[in-house]
Write a protein that binds this ligand. Sequence first.
Ligand code: ZN
Length: 210
Amino acid sequence: MERNPAQLIICHDCDLLQRDIPLKRGCAASCSRCGAILYRNATDSINRTLAYTLAAAVLFAIANLFPLFSIEVKGSLSAITLAGAVRSLWDQQMKPISLIVFLTTILIPSLELITMIYLLLPLKFRRVPAGYRIILRLMGIVEPWGMVEVFMLGVLVSVVKLTSSFKVIPGAAVWSFGGLTLLLAAAATAFSARDVWARLDGRSGKGAAP
Ligand SMILES: [Zn+2]
């Protein structure tokens, strides 16, 4: 990164004010007083986050298209998808649970995936996505909800087990959800808001060549 913003950065551990300097790829800047890591130059962070997110999107599609579990009724199996489970909870007068499961397993993960891809895919090709400020704000709202999906899935399966006297067999969607959660966590770790801002500043502000 050739652009040196010469901005000041405050240590989150000891509050020492220091200058923000450009780093070599893969290096980290640590506080000169207490040694805490201030920031890293994960130049590759956009590519890595995008790769995890795209893989997560594939698993999310599987999680929604394939059965979540099957219920054995008189020797024959009937498969239930996530959307089907949400609908049947709603119909069985379990509206609050149905709503929470819908939010945490369908709506929030899709928002996470859509915002990430919408932001990172253009950035990868050095373009500025329209309305990126709204997208970044939306990501901040969605973020604390991450990782809840597996918990909610557990709740969903237990509700079904408790309310039905049939044998419940987990389906492909359950395993996909496990993988999805891991990939979303990896994407969140690889994601660097600092890198995104650096690239956005470089493109939208001065229109400078990379
Ligand atoms: Zn410090």
